[in-house]
Design a protein around this ligand. Structure first.
Ligand SMILES: NC(=O)c1ccc[n+]([C@@H]2O[C@H](COP(=O)([O-])OP(=O)(O)OC[C@H]3O[C@@H](n4cnc5c(N)ncnc54)[C@H](OP(=O)(O)O)[C@@H]3O)[C@@H](O)[C@H]2O)c1
Length: 244
């Protein structure tokens, strides 16, 4: 049986990923700060009290993985906190720092904790965002954009470093999905999308992203994928097109 570890698993896309993996017969370690009824109902191995900004989460992740190999680690936990700002002069750097701590350093921490358990053929999924796709610079999402840009940069370096070990790194945007992150932005009237745009269901987004993970090969490792399987940025960081 294949084994996966997913962060931010109590709701949203993380919950969807755990659901889809469990339904596909995977053995799932679902980590979160606090579990939810929906996660408990999945019957997967839940690891709660896991805050990715805390250094000790590394040993908690290592203990949960134990001695068996891991086939997939998903750095999904994320926040978008500094969207409610019009002028860069008003940027709240405390919020930006938290975005970097969760979305970038927290994701890197998760991956580094799992890395010793990843062997040839294993995969890393970094849940990024289309806000850092080619041609997208969203004023009002400065901290979030900074954190996801840095995440993508980490992903490309990681891909280079672990290619020889046969580990595939997938950086993927799930696309606009109806979760607490988007609900908060919409409630503040800050959605960059045209009014009436329909958000994806988190379980559909999870399914799409896992399809990309399944298809990705070492040749693609480090590429940045859009929600529908198009390559947004190639392994070399240039705007790409779909790999058929
Ligand atoms: N929704 C979209 O349209 C969209 C688009 C592009 C990318 N994404 C990305 O998708 C990922 C999942 O977000 P979502 O849309 O599913 O939003 P969500 O429903 O708000 O889920 C975010 C998850 O991250 C967890 N989290 C936040 N801070 C954490 C921390 N310090 N330690 C551990 N877990 C933490 C949350 O846990 P708590 O419940 O404890 O807060 C929650 O489980 C994020 O990386 C986000 O940037 C989402």
């Amino acid at each position: 049986m294949s084994r996966a570890l997913v962060t931010g698993a109590n709701k949203g896309i993380g919950l969807g990923l755990c659901h889809e993996l469990a339904a596909g017969g995977w053995d799932v370690i679902a980590t979160c700060r606090q579990s939810s009824q929906e996660l408990d109902a999945l019957g997967v191995q839940a690891l709660d009290g896991l805050d990715v900004t805390v250094a000790s989460s590394v040993s908690a992740i290592r203990d949960a993985i134990g001695g068996e190999p891991l086939d997939l680690v998903v750095a999904n936990a994320g926040v978008n906190l500094s969207f409610d700002v019009d002028r860069i002069d008003d940027l709240d750097l405390v919020l930006v720092e938290e975005e970097l701590r969760v979305n970038t350093v927290g994701a890197a921490r998760t991956v580094l904790a799992a890395l010793p358990s990843l062997g040839r053929g294993a995969k890393v999924l970094l849940v990024s965002s289309g806000v850092v796709g080619p041609g997208r610079q969203n004023a009002g999402n400065v901290g979030y954009t900074m954190s996801k840009s840095a995440l993508n940069s980490f992903g490309r370096s990681l891909a280079d470093q672990v290619r020889e070990r046969g580990i595939v790194v997938v950086i993927a945007s799930p696309g606009n999905t109806e979760t607490d992150i988007t609900r908060r932005v919409q409630a503040a009237g800050r959605s960059p999308l045209p009014p009436g745009t329909k958000s994806r269901d988190p379980f559909d987004s999870a399914r799409n992203v896992l399809g990309i993970v399944e298809r990705a090969t070492l040749e693609d490792s480090g590429a940045f994928w859009g929600p529908d399987g198009a390559v947004l940025l190639t392994v070399d960081g240039v705007p790409g097109s779909a790999r058929q």
